[in-house]
Design a protein around this ligand. Structure first.
Ligand SMILES: *[C@@H]1O[C@H](CO)[C@@H](O)[C@H](O)[C@H]1NC(C)=O
Length: 335
């Protein structure tokens, strides 16, 4: 009830302010600024206490999200989003020109990471603030890194994942006075909204493109290096670095070795990646396998494990849940 009242009060003030250019031509600039500041004050007072302020933000959608795990510190991930749409309550009075945010990423009720965005321009399109999130550091909450890995696992293995962004947003808006245009900043508007992103669905479409080279060594260990295409329907762009998967025969589950997807940087659409499969000490019959794959082809099953990322434990724990297959065709083409 209180929120409804505050919303009503803002809408009324908004109406008063927006009509100022015609019906209050005679009002002094000082009075108009004072009125604008009253609106700003109302946002601020009601908006600074997370969880208790009124909600000026009704929805957040991310057209895309870029995550970069290549920093040597696993707790530091670089995040950006070229296309963020913040839906605000109807009647928000003002032409917003820019915004910055202090954001907490919440997944399954746990605060797993935070990020702050610098000031960026934004435009209001109806009740939607269209803005971007420039390159910024996503700080993983040290105590909740397992939950962050679970968040990555969910985005990697599911067609979609819903989480929550909450925090505060500061906005600039312009106030047109009879003889000048002022920029006013309202800071600390609380927001909280669910966000759904399309995930990688366990990489369903790994296609073998071509063999680059294959080698069998004197000790019968082997290497098969090929180019694959990972088609991504996700909205995520992710730089993961080298990622390793335990590799098995998909039918018999016989261990084949380890496949490294080199510099696994995924963007929406086609991703041509070098895949190197090598036998390991777990490969019981390397010569048989090498011959079989060369002459008959084989379906490989790739499974993540905790050390899938050699450099990033948080990412590795996230990828551990991934399981997918790739069809290897006959590698020895008839002459
Ligand atoms: C918003 O206003 C602040 C001053 O309050 C200024 O420092 C900042 O550059 C402005 N940002 C934009 C995008 O207009």
């Amino acid at each position: 009830m209180k929120y409804a009242f505050i919303t009503f009060a803002i809408v009324m003030m908004a109406a008063a302010l927006s009509s100022s250019s015609n019906s209050h031509v005679g009002a002094s600039p000082r009075r108009l600024i004072k009125r604008a500041m009253t609106i700003a004050q109302c946002f601020k007072i009601s908006g600074t206490t997370p969880g208790r302020g009124f909600q000026a933000v009704s929805s957040i959608t991310l057209g895309a999200l870029d995550l970069d795990f290549s920093d040597p510190d696993p707790l530091k991930i670089t995040l950006s989003s070229p296309d963020m749409k913040v839906g605000v309550i109807p009647g928000l009075p003002v032409p917003i020109t820019g915004a910055r945010q202090n954001v907490i990423l919440v997944d399954k009720g746990v605060e797993i990471a935070t990020f702050n965005t610098p000031w960026v321009p934004g435009v209001m399109n109806g009740n939607v603030l269209e803005t971007t999130v420039g390159s910024t550091t996503l700080n993983v909450n040290y105590a909740n890194q397992d939950q962050f890995s679970a968040f990555i696992a969910s985005l990697t293995t599911n067609p979609a994942h819903t989480f929550t962004l909450k925090g505060t947003v500061d906005v600039n808006f312009t106030l047109t006075l009879p003889f000048s245009v002022r920029t006013i900043t309202i800071d600390g508007i609380y927001f909280e909204s669910d966000v759904t992103l399309k995930g990688f669905s366990n990489f369903p479409g790994i296609q073998f493109v071509e063999l680059i080279e294959k080698t069998e060594n004197a000790d019968k260990s082997f290497t098969i290096k090929s180019k694959v295409n990972i088609k991504s329907a996700s909205q995520l762009s992710v730089k993961m670095g080298d990622v390793r998967f335990n590799t098995f025969d998909a039918v018999s589950s016989e261990p084949i070795g380890v496949t490294t997807l080199e510099q696994l940087n995924l963007v929406p659409g086609d991703n041509f990646i070098i895949a190197v499969t090598t036998s390991t000490s777990a490969t019981t019959n390397p010569h048989d396998i090498f011959t079989r794959v060369s002459k008959n082809g084989e379906k490989f099953r790739l499974k993540g494990f905790a050390a899938s990322s050699a450099t990033d434990t948080i990412l590795g724990n996230g990828i551990a849940a991934v399981e997918t297959t790739v069809d290897i065709p006959i590698l020895d083409k008839a002459a």
